[in-house]
Unconditional design. Structure first.
Length: 223
């Protein structure tokens, strides 16, 4: 494994560090209207619409969730209920870390500054970050950048704030579609794919390292 000592390690938060619960929330809410054998297809449509919603101009994350639920319901010919979309959105601050996250972060936090770049609203993300149990030098959001990942504008905002280049940094994410394709295009010095099994490793050339969980991150920087 190649050792790269970055100036900063930048992270995706939801899914990579925090246990992402959009799909479980949808399964629970729509259990009485979607047959069990159709639920995974329904949840996949919800995921696809969320990605599509973040590709244009910035809008609050509450609208991203709301519009994604509405579009999924429309496709499946279901009644859209505003309160159900808000139920999913309001649950986001309650999500906690994956079991390996805190231990893995604490192995490196004293040596290399940790940074989060998240597709989040300002008023939600800090609740999730507090639950991670590790010190972060900076937490940047899509609301601050006025753009969501995978748009390069989100990453550009982060580097403007950090005052460094992508080549000096390592980016860590469990998503190719939201993070690693853009990180590759921007020229990050290292790109670590955390294989959480929620996105297949179909594009290994976009990452420079692959780890099973955050506990394996220290080895990639020689700690």
């Amino acid at each position: 494994m190649n050792i790269f000592k970055p100036k900063y390690i930048t992270f995706d938060c939801y899914g990579t560090l925090t246990n992402f619960q959009m799909a479980p929330s949808a399964r629970k809410i729509f259990a009485d209207r979607i047959a069990p054998e159709q639920m995974e297809a329904f949840v996949e449509d919800f995921r696809i619409y969320r990605l599509d919603e973040v590709l244009g101009d910035w809008k609050p994350f509450s609208e991203v969730v709301r519009n994604s639920v509405e579009r999924t319901c429309r496709k499946w010919k279901l009644e859209f209920r505003e309160e159900e979309a808000m139920q999913i959105y309001n649950a986001v601050p309650t999500w906690g870390p994956h079991p390996d996250t805190t231990e893995g972060l604490l192995k490196i936090a004293h040596e290399i500054p940790l940074v989060i770049l998240s597709n989040a609203d300002n008023d939600q993300i800090h609740h999730n970050v507090e639950k991670l149990g590790a010190p972060f030098a900076h937490v940047f959001t899509a609301e601050q950048a006025r753009a969501y990942k995978p748009r390069l504008q989100a990453f550009e905002y982060m580097f403007d704030q950090l005052g460094c280049s992508p080549a000096e940094c390592m980016h860590v994410s469990s998503s190719f579609r939201y993070d690693h394709m853009s990180a590759y295009d921007m020229g990050f010095g290292a790109r670590v794919f955390v294989n959480r099994n929620h996105e297949a490793n179909l594009m290994p050339h976009y990452a420079t390292h692959e780890i099973k969980d955050i506990r394996g991150l220290a080895a990639t920087v020689g700690l």
